[in-house]
Design a protein around this ligand. Structure first.
Ligand code: 9MG
Length: 260
């Protein structure tokens, strides 16, 4: 899953693709480099990010979605808002990626009224405060229980299990220790039988582990993508698509005999 942030304040690419032409060029490059899914978002979810009006979110993402839908890729809308979900689905997007796990009022219903896939992610707190003091008694158990509850809510709303992916939300209300614990136990989430999505690319934990600034986290990102795939992730969300695809092809070859 290649990341396309149409925002002025993303932590990872700092507004490089706010201009629709730049965002469209980014979509084309992501697909060209081998991404099966393009994830298009118009609101930053980095720690401390401020919300934007729905109209602005739509203004940012819709031209990019229109172009992405002409390409040979699954098109995902990265949003939490029911209005944006509905508009993007009406345009034909194939997937809704929601870091708030379809908890906003009306979001479940908006997603259920289509045949699109959904990804529900765990987050403790919200972008404004999630990194203030994240606490868990047992991070793996608590994240798994939250995701199980959201999957049930999706199913009750009419979203078939086959349409649902789950995501532990690396970096969303978690310390480095929490993130590492979740990665070590990613196979427990994969054991649900649902596809697991992992977003690790350029994240703060890599900065904390390596001392590298955000524009020098490629090696750490590819290492974590590889580890996530080996531990059962089916979808890896990445900024550096070509390098991540290479790493995942190596993992796929290694696991091909089915003796993971
Ligand atoms: C939008 N976004 C940013 N980070 C993410 C992650 O880790 N997972 C998912 N599903 N979406 C993310």
């Amino acid at each position: 899953m290649g990341v396309v942030n149409v925002t002025p304040d993303s932590f990872s690419d700092g507004g490089a693709f706010l201009d629709p032409r730049a965002a469209i060029a980014r979509v084309e490059r992501v697909v060209d480099e081998g991404a099966a899914i393009v994830d298009i978002g118009g609101e930053s979810t980095r720690p401390g990010a401020t919300p934007v009006p729905v109209s602005e979110e739509l203004r940012r993402v819709m031209p990019v979605i229109e172009r992405a839908l002409q390409l040979p890729a699954i098109v995902s809308i990265d949003t939490s808002r029911p209005e944006v979900i509905r508009t993007a689905l009406a345009a034909g997007v194939h997937m809704v990626n929601d870091v708030r796990a379809l908890t906003f009022p009306g979001a479940l219903e908006a997603a259920a009224g289509s045949t699109a896939a959904v990804c529900v992610m765990h987050m403790q707190g919200g972008p404004a405060d999630m990194q203030d003091n994240p606490r868990y008694d047992d991070v793996v158990r608590e994240v798994a229980a939250f995701l199980a509850a959201r999957v049930l809510a999706c199913e009750r709303a009419g979203i078939a299990r086959e349409r649902i992916a789950i995501d532990p939300g690396i970096g969303f209300g978690k310390t480095v220790a929490h993130n590492l614990e979740l990665l070590r136990n990613l196979d427990a989430l994969a054991a649900t039988g649902l596809p697991v999505l992992a977003g690790l690319s350029r994240k703060r934990m890599i900065g904390e582990l390596t001392g590298r600034p955000v524009d020098r986290r490629l090696a750490g990102s590819v290492a974590l993508a590889t580890i996530a795939a080996l531990r059962g992730a089916s979808i890896v969300r990445a900024h550096d698509v070509a390098e991540t695809v290479d790493a995942l092809r190596v993992v796929a070859a290694l696991c091909k005999r089915g003796e993971q």
